[in-house]
Design a protein around this ligand. Structure first.
Ligand code: SF4
Ligand code: SF4
Length: 107
């Protein structure tokens, strides 16, 4: 692959985007960690739980504009984010695949 890995996830956010409602699946401990925000940010589809998706991205993502005019992709629950998000490290093969698959389609 020949994708360029962003220097910071805040300036990328690609892996928080999907058209699928069943994209960010969460487990029981992920749900518990969300605390009072669980019902607002996550829901069940059938017997499995997922983060809610809004406007093509995870409902926990806040797309901001910084003072220098750049877009910033901020996870509002970063310390409590699901395990699947923790496992997807910047620069990992999964990250590269996300960048390659969704190039130009998100943000
Ligand atoms: S892990 Fe990769 S795809 Fe996800 S925000 Fe960071 S650089 Fe972008
Ligand atoms: S929980 Fe945070 S890191 Fe995970 S998909 Fe949602 S916004 Fe992105």
């Amino acid at each position: 692959m020949s994708v360029t890995i962003p220097t910071h996830c805040l300036r990328c956010g690609v892996c928080c985007y999907s058209e699928s409602a069943e994209y960010v699946w969460i487990r029981g401990d992920d749900w518990s960690r969300l605390g009072d925000d669980a019902d607002r940010l996550a829901h069940f589809i059938g017997h499995r739980a997922f983060m809610r998706m809004e406007n093509g991205h995870c409902a926990a993502l806040d797309v901001r504009t910084t003072t220098d005019g750049a877009k910033e992709f901020f996870c509002t629950i970063y310390e409590r984010r699901p395990e699947i998000c923790r496992d997807l490290g910047r620069g990992s093969p999964e990250c590269e695949a996300e960048l390659e698959t969704k190039a130009g389609k998100v943000g």
